[in-house]
Each structure stands twice: as C-alpha cells, then as structure tokens.
Ligand binder design. Structure first.
Ligand code: NAI
Length: 412
C-alpha cells in the first residue's frame, strides 16, 4: 500500500482517538489537552466489530481483552499508532502492525513499584506467618504464637534478576534493615548497600529470603528447581512474582511439605485461569505459610494511572513528532525538532535503494535536508527527515508514491 497520510498537518480536532476497555482517565486527559477528537468505550471490541470501528481512527488504545488481528489492521487505513495500555502486547498482531507501518506502544515499567511493594510486604508477612494467622482467626481460632516468627531486620534477602523490579525491592528491603544480595546475568549498578554475587548458588546458600524478578526466557525457565531448592538455607522462604515458568512448582511444594523451607509466596503460576471463570489449581494450595495471590503484583490504581500516562505520552510523541522510542514492533527513532525546519516521516519496505530514491526527489524539487535519520528492522525502514524549505505537498506526494512506501506524513 503506497499510502499518503497526514495527521498533524490537518487540524488537531480531526485526529480521532479511540480508547477501549476503560483506559485510565490519565490518558484521556492528555489527549483532550492536545485537542484531539476523543471517543471512549468501556468494553472490548470483537475483531469483527473492530474492522468497522477503526476505519476513521488515527490512534487506537486497548487493554488486554481487545484482540487486534491482521484483518482489523488491513482495513485501518488512517491508523497511525496503537497503544496497549497494559504490560503485554500479545493481544495485537504486532508483526502485521509493523508491516502496515503502525508502531505499537505499551507500558512495561509503570507497575514496577507496585510489584516491589507487594514483595516487600510478603517478606514480612511470611516471616510472621500472617496468612495462616489471618485464616485461623477468620475461622474462629485464636492461636497466638511466636515460635518460628521473626523480625526481618538483619536477615538476608537474595534477589534473582536485578532489573527494574528487583532493584526496587532491594531499596525497600534495605529500608527495613535487611542485607541485600543480588544475582543477575547482566552487570548492574548496586543500589545503596545491595551487593552482587557471582553465582546463583552463592545467593541461594547465603539468603534467608529468595525472590525472583527475571523475565521468562529459555535460560530462566525452571531456574529454581529441586537442585536449587536444596541449596537454600533450612527455614528459608521463596517468593516469585515474576513468571510462573521460572520455578519448578512440584519441587517447591515438596520442599515446603518436608519443612525444608519455612514458607513461600507466589503471585504467578505456570498455568493461570483466563478470564477468572476457570477454577485455579496448584500443588501449593493448602500448604502452611504459603501466600497465593492471583497475579496482582502490578494491579494498583497508581499503576493504572501511570500506564495511562506512559502510553498516552508515547502515542502523542509519535503523532506530534514521529518518535518511536519504546515501540515494541518498530525501528526506534527519536529526533529533536530542528528549529525552522519541516518534518516528513516515511515508513517503507526495507529494500535497497529507498534512501537514494527519497533524496533524488528532495533534491529534484530543490529542497535542502537539515537532518535525516533512518532506522530499519528486518521488514520496514523508518525515515525521519527535516527539510529547510517549506515542504511542498509535491515532496510528500512523490515520496508517498514510491512503490516502497507504506506510510508517509508531513508533521509541520
Ligand atoms: P527487567 O527487564 O527490568 O529486569 C529483569 C532482570 O533479569 C534484568 O536485569 C536481566 O538482566 C535479569 N535476568 C535475565 N535473565 C536472567 C537470568 N537467567 N539470571 C539472572 N538474571 C537474569 O524486568 P522487570 O520489569 O524487573 O520485571 C521482572 C519480571 O517481573 C518479569 O518476568 C515480568 O514479567 C514480571 N512482572 C510481574 C508482574 C506481576 O504482576 N506479578 C508485574 C510486572 C512484571
């Protein structure tokens, strides 16, 4: 599709934003302040409904329940960009969006603090057997015990995966007076007095609490199994709020049943019920001092608000300036405006000779390039070009008509 698209070169109130699934009002406020035409719908749309609904939409915002397949994108000729107001982007055919020249943005780190706080609370809750005491008292049993209940001050917390969440957990744990060790495959700057260790085994042997904050990769799958659990201190605790795949759950249940571990907290599981209608089953159910939560680590009002702001900001930066930093499916280009210039954006198929063809058009029409940044992935190239002269519609038209062009816009 050699299409010509322009958004900011026409009035802002004609840029149509469609937000589905009760995206947080923090996003609405940003689009409204920009003067865009905003439509919101509380529910998800089915793929069939989406095809019609997207026909005149420039910016689409979804959460996790709206599936956006290739067919919906094929018909969305005006769509400039798509925001997933959540962490994952599995609901969108991001490869098809890439081929259609549509960058997809998400908010991978807006709930970092929420997860870190939950984990920190669980460290104290496990150490005091809070889950069990609460359950007993709800059932009418007053059992006041101090045996095997401990302060966390002075204890050692071992963090596996010292990224956004892991390092925040380290900061909070230190504020509780804990010693903090971490193991990461990448070299990470320690926060406060947190200390790196060279090997996972070293961390397991030295920690009273072990918490996992790694992504789901071939290397992390079942990285804590029977062998690793056997290396942990007697009476230690294991916490997992990362991904269900990283712990061998039957081996963990065994270690808990045998009393080798004093407790565990799990927020994520190898298999999680879909929309909450299926029943949940796990080997960890019914075991003493085991806290089970339904993947709520990042589920707070603050995280939702931050997600709204983060994704809306990314979408606005793309619509207004062509910035694709953070897009999950697109070459990353972010160029500060060159004062007094005119900006053209061009998404094209990544084949040899495109830049030469664009430059021939520009020089043929007597324009002068002030800045030109091209970035490519395997499928598409993304060119952001600032020209000295007022960009005539001829330049844009000629670039848009190149057989390689997918989308072309003049910004200002
Ligand atoms: P991040 O990408 O910032 O950090 C992950 C860290 O793990 C990186 O420092 C990386 O180098 C390290 N790592 C990767 N492979 C490793 C290995 N084999 N051994 C040791 N370290 C390894 O990710 P972030 O944001 O901190 O998230 C961590 C996990 O938390 C992810 O799995 C994510 O899906 C999960 N998460 C869970 C939520 C919940 O609701 N429970 C909410 C948000 C994230």
């Amino acid at each position: 599709m050699a299409g010509a698209m322009s958004a900011t070169s026409f009035p802002k109130e004609r840029i149509k934003v469609l937000l589905l699934e009760n995206v947080h009002s923090s996003a609405e406020a940003l689009f409204a302040a920009e003067g865009f035409h905003l439509e919101t719908r509380p529910g998800a749309l089915q793929p069939g409904e989406l095809v019609g609904a997207l026909r005149d939409v420039h910016v689409l915002g979804v959460r996790s329940r709206t599936k956006v397949p290739a067919e919906a994108l094929a018909d969305a000729k005006r769509l400039l960009c798509l925001g997933c107001f959540c962490i994952g982007t599995d609901q969108v055919d991001v490869a098809a969006a890439n081929r259609a020249g549509v960058p997809v943005f998400n908010a991978p780190f807006s709930n970092t603090r929420s997860v870190a706080e939950l984990v920190t609370a669980e460290v104290v809750a496990l150490s005091r057997q809070l889950g069990d005491r609460s359950r007993e008292l709800h059932a009418g049993t007053w059992r006041k015990v101090s045996t095997q209940c401990h302060e966390v001050r002075g204890k050692t917390l071992g963090i596996i995966g010292y990224g956004h969440i892991g390092s925040q957990v380290g900061v909070l744990a230190e504020a509780l007076g804990m010693r903090v060790l971490y193991f990461d495959v990448a070299s990470k700057l320690p926060m406060g007095n947190n200390r790196p260790v060279a090997a996972l085994g070293e961390l397991l042997e030295a920690s009273d609490f072990v918490t996992l904050h790694v992504p789901d990769t071939a290397q992390t799958r079942r990285m804590v199994g029977a062998v690793e659990l056997a290396k942990m201190r007697a009476g230690a605790y294991l916490l997992n709020a990362s991904r269900g795949s990283v712990v061998d759950v039957p081996a963990l249940a065994e270690a808990l049943r045998e009393g080798r571990l004093a407790g565990a907290a799990a927020d994520v599981f190898p298999s999680e019920p879909g929309a909450g209608t299926e029943e949940f089953h796990s080997e960890l159910q019914g075991l003493p001092n085991v806290l089970l939560t339904p993947h709520i680590g990042g589920s707070t009002e603050e995280a939702q608000e931050a997600i709204g702001r983060e994704v809306a900001t990314a979408l606005l930066k793309f619509v207004n300036a062509g910035a694709t930093t953070g897009a999950v499916n697109f070459p990353h280009v972010e160029v500060p405006p060159t004062p007094g210039s005119h900006r053209i954006l061009n998404v094209h198929r990544n084949v040899p000779g495109v830049l030469g063809a664009v430059n021939r058009i520009v020089s043929g029409l007597g324009a002068n390039i002030r800045s030109q940044v091209l970035s490519t992935d395997a499928t598409v190239g993304y060119l952001v070009m600032d020209l000295e002269q007022d960009v005539s519609s001829e330049v844009k038209k000629a670039i848009a008509e190149l057989p390689t062009s997918i989308r072309t816009r003049i910004l200002y």
